[in-house]
Design a binder for this molecule. Structure first.
Ligand SMILES: O=P(O)(O)OC[C@H](O)CO
Length: 487
């Protein structure tokens, strides 16, 4: 390699897949992005084409590598990805056997209900709840309903998006521990998928990947792909990655990522999370040879996707940025409250069958009130999550905000007001990719630990201070909670 070491990141998200190139000071040297098609074959069903994810990801990587001057310029690759989404493929042909079932998909709600008696044990062991969000019931559904999946026999491979991309990139069937901890099949301190949990969900353990740490010498990319053997030194779920990318490396540090959904993670350190009402325990990261760190998570299923829906399905706004202008153009929500349960409700309510609703409409309501109510719904969920984290003995003292939707200044201020906390937003809100770059730098030995890598690679932040809006806050939350109760 000539010149300074460059770190390549692939961030394969729900709505798009992107490649980034960083140096060891965290400066961005190149990026590429391609959209991912969302398939909604019926209410409650959300699917992706796994081939499209790989083809688009490969094209982004090729573009950025070419712009950098070739594979020999790249010191390390870090992968980060939308979690829980499940791919079934034939390990002999490398071809998907069905459409991928996306994390937002609700088709396995009945399976979850049928297993409800096992939930306390599952929660204690995996940190998760019985909800269609997670991967195990998606596997069971494909085995029951996918003819090609059922008849694949020994060739059947199951994996989350990290696993699918790693298979295509390296030829190995792997999954990192942060992604594996989202399946319902891994004990929080387990190093392999648990036999009895696989039996409970009727998932053949032989179809599952080998579990690896989130950072370290994880493998090498097939040289034929990009003209050189690039080392793979990190793989981490996108929400865990954003936590690292925000420098949330000490217990209590909390980030909120506003992407397709909204995800809050509070670092718990190496301790194992105890079950907490309405929240999830999850693996945060594990550098090879070091203890595993955990996080407490609040997963909200709809955030940026709500704005996309307002734009694409309702034609209410022409762009996401317009929601901020509209929200600021009216003094309040005009009595309009919106429950954004477009794919059920996640944390802290966990109502997979809930559907979206709008209340308080009168002839005085305008699209500005609707846009404002949509943005306010994100803050309302965060206010409820703040209470759930405090009740779980993990109170937030400030919120580090990131993700595409965090560029919305009106929402950033509203979050500070409704959560009554300072909100810090970094100059570069693509924290998910940055976290994978930090992990990959440590995995490649470019920095001795995450703390030093994050200190060198994270940018300055802008602060939003909470304003004293006690009565508005109380009346908004009152209307919101009444709507949640009705869901
Ligand atoms: O695609 P995002 O950024 O909304 O992230 C999706 C999450 O990983 C789902 O758990």
């Amino acid at each position: 390699m000539s010149g300074e070491p460059l770190i390549l990141v692939l961030d394969s998200g729900t709505s798009s897949t992107r490649a980034f190139l960083y140096d060891t000071a965290g400066r961005i040297h190149g990026q590429a992005s391609r959209p991912i098609t969302q398939h909604y074959p019926a209410p409650g069903l959300v699917e992706h084409d796994a081939d499209e994810i790989w083809t688009q990801s490969r094209a982004c990587l090729a573009e950025v590598i070419a712009a950098a001057g070739g594979a020999s310029r790249i010191a390390a690759l870090g992968l980060t990805n939308q979690r829980e989404t499940l791919v079934a493929w034939d390990r002999r042909t490398g071809r998907p056997l069905a459409r991928a079932i996306v994390w937002q998909d609700r088709r396995t709600a009945d399976t979850c209900d049928a297993l409800r008696g096992h939930e306390p044990e599952i929660e204690r062991r995996t940190g998760l709840r019985l909800d269609p969000y997670f991967s195990a019931t998606k596997m069971a559904w494909l085995l029951e309903h996918g003819e090609a999946v059922r008849s694949a026999g020994d060739a059947l491979a199951f994996g989350t998006i990290d696993s699918w991309l790693l298979f295509n990139l390296t030829g190995d069937h792997l999954s990192d521990v942060s992604n594996a901890s989202r399946t319902l099949l891994l004990d929080l301190d387990g190093t392999a998928f648990a036999e009895d949990l696989c039996d409970l969900f009727a998932v053949p353990r032989a179809a599952l990947p080998r579990i690896v740490p989130t950072a370290g010498p994880l493998g090498t990319l097939k040289p034929a792909l990009f003209g050189g053997a690039i080392p793979l030194t990190a793989s981490i779920g996108d929400q865990q990655s954003a936590t690292v990318g925000q420098g949330c490396l000490s217990p209590g540090d909390t980030k909120l990522t506003l992407g397709t959904g909204a995800f809050v993670l509070t670092n718990l350190g190496p301790g194992r999370p105890a079950p907490a009402a309405g929240l999830l325990g999850t693996v945060l990261h594990q550098v090879a040879g070091h203890p595993r760190h955990h996080a407490l998570e609040g997963s909200v299923f709809v955030a940026g996707s709500l704005v996309k829906w307002l734009r694409d399905n309702l034609g209410l706004v022409a762009s996401a940025a317009e929601t901020a202008e509209l929200a600021a153009s009216v003094p309040d929500n005009g009595g309009v409250t919106l429950l954004p349960a477009l794919s059920g409700l996640g944390a802290p309510y966990w109502k997979p069958d809930a559907t979206a609703a709008i209340t308080g409409l009168t002839f005085a309501a305008t699209r500005a009130h609707l846009a404002r109510a949509a943005l306010e719904s994100v803050s309302h969920q965060m206010a409820d999550l703040a209470a759930a984290f405090a009740a779980a003995d993990a109170p937030w003292t400030r919120l580090r905000l990131d993700g595409g939707m965090s560029a919305n200044d009106w929402l950033a201020q509203d979050l500070a007001d409704m959560c009554r906390l300072p909100v810090h937003r970094p100059a570069d809100v693509e924290t998910t990719a940055r976290g994978a770059a930090i992990m990959a730098a440590v995995g490649a030995g470019l920095y001795p630990d995450l703390e030093q890598a994050a200190a060198a690679m994270t940018p300055a932040t802008h602060r939003f201070e909470p304003r004293d809006l006690a009565s508005q806050r109380a009346s908004r939350l009152g209307a919101w909670r009444a709507l949640v109760e009705r869901a």
